[in-house]
Design a protein around this ligand. Structure first.
Ligand code: RTP
Ligand code: MG
Length: 150
């Protein structure tokens, strides 16, 4: 059982819609542990670095404009297989084909405003966590429930 850390972003649409608590609560209820959390307004350069893999795509400028259009909540969640578990909880990139029960399948309608980002691989997680958090901002702590969920 691999303990992993992954980056999550509660996107500007979710912040505007009052869904910060809803999204974080789902991750917490699953048993994942928040080990870093902050609210921020992403700069254009940070957004471009975060989504660098999509630089050549035709939707890149819209993506950067959207993710910098308002405040976001950025966090690191930790747990067994946290990367895959978070991605599965998110649903598909397109909310229209995301199953009910998933975050996007329950809370979103369109691909351009899909509520949450989660790192898509261990390499992406490592890169993205380092992009948003200094090492000392990521906390190590025990929870009483840890032995019941991991
Ligand atoms: P994210 O990176 O935000 O967690 O989303 P994802 O892995 O599910 O999807 P990804 O392929 O990484 O795309 C990043 C974001 O770009 C927007 N997108 N638009 N118009 C399009 O065809 C298109 N494809 C992707 C989405 O908002 C997606 O979340
Ligand atoms: Mg992605």
């Amino acid at each position: 059982m691999g303990l992993e850390r992954t980056l999550i972003i509660v996107k500007p649409d979710a912040v505007q819609r009052g869904l910060i608590g809803e999204v974080l609560a789902r991750l917490e209820r699953r048993g994942l542990k928040l080990v870093a959390l902050k609210m921020m307004w992403m700069s254009e350069s940070l957004a471009e670095a975060h989504y660098a893999e999509h630089r050549e795509k035709e939707f890149f400028s819209d993506l950067v404009r959207f993710i910098t259009s308002g405040p976001v909540v950025v966090g690191v969640v930790e747990g067994p297989n946290a990367i895959e578990v978070t991605r599965t909880m998110m649903g598909e990139t397109n909310p229209a084909t995301s199953p009910p029960g998933s975050i996007r399948g329950d809370l979103a309608l369109t691909i351009s405003q899909n509520v949450i980002h989660g790192s898509s691989s261990p390499e992406a997680a490592q890169r993205e966590v380092a992009l948003f958090f200094r090492p000392e901002e990521i906390l190590s702590y025990e929870r009483a429930i840890d032995r019941w969920v991991a």
